[in-house]
Design a protein around this ligand. Structure first.
Ligand code: SF4
Length: 454
């Protein structure tokens, strides 16, 4: 069985969307690299966004992302400027200078094609570079397949090939764990070293960096007030909610303070993501609040070390990979069940791992969390990753805590396997009407909502 690296899934990204922001940014950067590799140092570039990218790209900042990618913007650099700043610079200059000279006016050269429906993937974007006479120099098509992963260009179709050739399943992981007395984290650590050639210190270093980004995203979300970008003019609520929770907790407490705290942490990250901040794709940017919120609350409550958190992240990553490989973590492909549903399953397994649960209990928790998100549609109002996304992260974290609690009370033995829930997610996603898959055409974002982006 070939198990991909958890670091392919858990990665530093910029909000608001891994498939609509981070993936297109990476695609644009790759296209720029291809131009350089062919010695093309002067070109007129045009980008066409298709499918879900055309429908909700404005709200998800896809136009800013492709502009920044063409300008070689590094989304992992915490000291880098904002996407908005890079976009404005390129717009004012009418292009990009530095290395190659790319004539590119985002207002004129980014096209939103909502009419082409026959696409290999709902998140497709096409780049074309022409010379001064208008003759094509290079054309390339990319697919942003979820969680920031991209196919096309130098990325090839690795993700598709891995999916097609995969015999990776949670059942096979559990067999290996039971046979060798391992928990999920031990299984993943061994896999990272054996299959991906990472030294133990490298694994630790990467986990430390991911947890650092996660905790900083919580802190930033709790410390920042104001209005989120976009037509909804939505106020950030996490700082005020934390203040109320700390000040008046007993007056209105209907669930435990810790449960509410996890929900507030999830809101904080989701608001930070909506503002274009740095988050960890877990499994996506839109669902980035669920895992850190769950783990942060448990760490504080039980005074757990960062090393224990690292193990929990490995378990979370494994669960996310099972979904990514065997179904999808793209809202445009399968709806929000693949994003927040997967995030909740990841957090549930991670919570079990963190609290000493067995591999069976972690799998059971992940299944419970995912099962009760099946059928969840993706209907971002005004095409923004705000409503229902922000609160949905909070609800996903609470569902994860409930699922973990139930699993830890039992032996791990249960009827429906996680693999069965994942197969069902895929089937439901395939049958789901297109309007509920990140198009802002249906559900909460449907008619009457002024959501016809762009
Ligand atoms: S509804 Fe869910 S899948 Fe859709 S954009 Fe929001 S978080 Fe992502």
């Amino acid at each position: 069985m070939r198990v991909p690296s958890v670091f392919d899934l858990l990665d530093t990204g910029i909000g608001p969307s891994s498939s609509h922001t981070l993936g297109p940014l990476r695609a644009a950067r790759d296209f720029r690299g291809l131009l350089a590799a062919r010695g093309i140092d002067r070109a007129h570039v045009r980008v066409t966004l298709l499918g879900s990218l055309a429908r909700t790209g404005k709200g998800h900042l896809t136009d800013l992302a492709v502009t920044a990618g063409l300008a070689d913007y590094d989304p992992t650099d915490p000291s880098g400027p904002s996407l908005q700043a890079v976009y404005q610079t390129v717009r004012s200059a009418g292009g990009i200078r530095g290395g190659a000279v790319l004539h590119f006016d985002p207002d004129r050269d980014i096209l939103f094609d909502t009419t082409t429906l026959d696409l290999a993937h709902p998140n497709t974007l096409r780049f074309v570079a022409r010379d001064d006479a208008g003759s094509p120099l290079l054309e390339e098509e990319y697919r942003s397949v979820g969680g920031g992963s991209v196919e096309g260009g130098t990325f090839g179709d690795r993700a598709a090939r891995e999916r097609a050739a995969s015999d990776f399943s949670m059942a096979r992981v559990l067999d290996a764990c039971l046979e060798r007395g391992m928990d999920l984290a031990q299984f993943v650590r061994e896999n990272e070293e054996r299959e991906h050639g990472l030294a133990p210190a490298d694994v630790e270093r990467r986990l430390e960096a991911l947890w650092g980004t996660m905790t900083r995203s919580i802190e930033a979300g709790l410390a920042t007030e104001g209005v989120l970008p976009g037509r909804l003019c939505l106020e950030r609520r996490a700082p005020e909610m934390l203040e109320h929770l700390q000040g008046r907790a007993r007056e209105w407490q209907v669930v435990s303070r810790e449960t509410t705290l996890a929900a507030v942490y999830a809101l904080a990250v989701a608001e930070e993501n909506a503002a274009g901040g740095r988050v960890v794709t877990a499994p996506t940017c839109g669902s980035a609040g669920v895992v850190p919120a769950t783990l942060k609350m448990l760490q504080e409550r039980f005074l757990l070390s960062d090393e224990r958190i690292h193990d929990a992240l490995l378990a979370a990553g494994l669960v996310g990979l099972v979904v990514a490989v065997n179904a999808s973590i793209s809202g445009a492909e399968v709806g929000c069940q693949g994003e927040v549903g997967t995030a909740s399953a990841m957090a549930a397994a991670a919570a079990c791992q963190l609290l000493g649960g067995s591999a069976l209990q972690a799998e059971s928790a992940a299944e419970t969390a995912l099962e009760h998100h099946l059928g969840l549609t993706c209907d971002p109002v005004c095409g923004l990753v705000q409503i229902p996304c922000i609160e949905r992260n909070a609800v996903g974290a609470v569902a994860a805590l409930n699922a973990a609690s139930l699993a830890l009370l039992g032996s791990g033995k249960h009827q429906i396997s996680f693999d069965r829930a994942v197969a069902t997610l895929k089937e439901v996603g395939r049958d789901m009407d297109r309007k509920y898959k990140e198009t802002a055409l249906g559900g909460l974002a449907g008619p009457g909502c002024d959501s016809r982006a762009p």
